[in-house]
Design a protein around this ligand. Structure first.
Ligand code: GCU
Length: 408
């Protein structure tokens, strides 16, 4: 195998999946109590040990400061706030800047989406009042990112992926943080970003079972949740964590760890996200560890070309979110993310969702293009490629309305 890529269904090997409902000691899980007391903690630990690495708890100190507020944003439809979330540990400090849009007409408290973004808060909407990120980011001249820094030209370059007005009109808030505030997305041996805040004396990089960059991003999302618990405008029982691609993997890991996220949405999350590794279709463990050696924990490299030995697969990641609603979205041309593998993961997580008394995933067969399924496990595949489109957002809003019991 190595770094060859398989895009043919006929080349998918025969594989067996580990059973989410059988414990390491052979105990079969058939009720909620045993799931939460025994199997769920055991599975979470397997994911920590072998894949995403352990993350720390809350830092010693966390403080929040509103750095800007405009009650008349989006022509009066919304309030825009910027919040500095300052984290301190071991005498080191890290600041994450969160941008929030909240609908003005909606009675408070408001349900919000929270998602990390790839290129700075200012990239998600063309508004000169949003602070321009000063952080390191990957150089992309076409996006106005020059010598690893954003320029004025990068305002709004990602707005097609964040239909703010539409979200506000549907009565939801949108909150976002640049992922690079938490950990810049390149392999620097974990010297920048949040990791050093948690090093013990003489530690210079995370241990082999400690968090990589995806773990750090997921941890950052949890700190955003800490903020929501302190903001009376937000309904902290109705926070939806959403992410695309590498940030979709992150949303799932955050949702698996933190039951405060009421709904979890993964858009085209692929390998290391919703897709099953054992299908070896599109991106594999070898590919991802080769190209992004900093995303997972060091132990994960044991499974390069060795998927069968991994004690878990990604249906188990989805099952850690149960019984909370989780949505997996695929795109027809996004073969690198293995749409069928994303669907099958949802299908096999259904076992756990059913034991926990939900309707699970309401289909056995992969649905056709544009036939969304809105059961407790939601799924759709849409036409087009690797992206977040309005079609996706419309489904996520429908899904949230449905599970929050909101009828218009
Ligand atoms: C690469 C990577 C994927 C990832 C994607 C993205 O394609 O191989 O795993 O999901 O980048 O984040 O856009």
């Amino acid at each position: 195998m190595g770094l060859d890529v398989n895009f043919k269904e006929t080349n998918v090997p025969e594989y067996g999946l580990p059973d989410p409902l059988t414990c390491i000691d052979g105990t079969k899980i058939d009720d909620e109590r045993l799931w939460f007391e025994k199997r769920r903690p055991e599975l979470l630990e397997l994911f920590e040990q072998h894949m995403y690495g352990k993350m720390p708890g809350k830092p010693e100190k966390i403080s929040f400061k509103i750095t800007s507020i405009d009650k008349n944003a989006l022509k009066g439809k919304a309030t825009r706030k910027e919040i500095a979330i300052v984290l301190e540990n071991n005498h080191l400090e890290l600041q994450m800047d969160m941008l929030m849009y909240l609908p003005n007409v909606q009675p408070k408290p408001i349900s919000t989406f929270i998602g990390l973004n790839f290129f700075g808060n200012h990239s998600i909407y063309h508004d000169p009042n949003i602070s321009l990120s000063k952080q390191w980011m990957p150089t992309k001249i076409a996006l106005g990112i020059v010598k690893h820094r954003a320029t004025e030209k990068s305002r709004g370059v990602r707005s097609s992926k964040w239909p703010i007005e539409f979200i506000i009109d549907r009565g939801y808030g949108l909150s976002t943080i640049y992922c690079g505030d938490i950990d810049p997305d390149f392999d620097d041996g974990f010297q920048n970003g949040v990791h050093p805040l948690f090093y013990t004396k003489r530690q210079t990089k995370p241990a082999a079972d400690e968090w990589g960059t995806i773990g750090a991003w997921a941890w950052g999302l949890q700190r955003a949740m800490d903020y929501f618990e302190n903001d009376d405008d937000i309904d902290n029982r109705r926070v939806i964590v959403m992410g695309h691609s590498r940030l979709g993997k992150t949303a799932l890991w955050a949702g698996a760890n933190d039951p405060r996220f009421a709904i979890v949405i993964s858009n085209n999350s692929g390998c290391g996200g919703a897709a099953l590794y054992r299908r070896k279709f599109g991106e594999t463990i070898s590919h991802i560890n080769y190209q992004f050696p900093h995303w997972f924990c060091e132990h994960f490299k044991r499974y390069n070309d060795n998927e069968e030995q991994l004690p878990v697969d990604q249906h188990m990641l989805l099952s850690l979110i149960a019984p909370r609603p989780v949505y997996v979205a695929s795109a027809e041309k996004d073969l690198w993310s293995d749409p069928r593998g994303e669907f099958l993961s949802a299908k096999y997580a259904d076992l756990v969702y059913k034991v926990l008394g939900t309707d699970g995933l309401n289909t056995n067969e992969m649905p056709g293009i544009h036939q969304p399924i809105l059961s407790t496990i939601g799924y759709h595949i849409r036409e087009g490629g690797h992206d977040v489109l309005n079609y996706d957002w419309e489904r996520y809003l429908d899904f949230a309305d449905f599970h929050f019991g909101i009828t218009s």
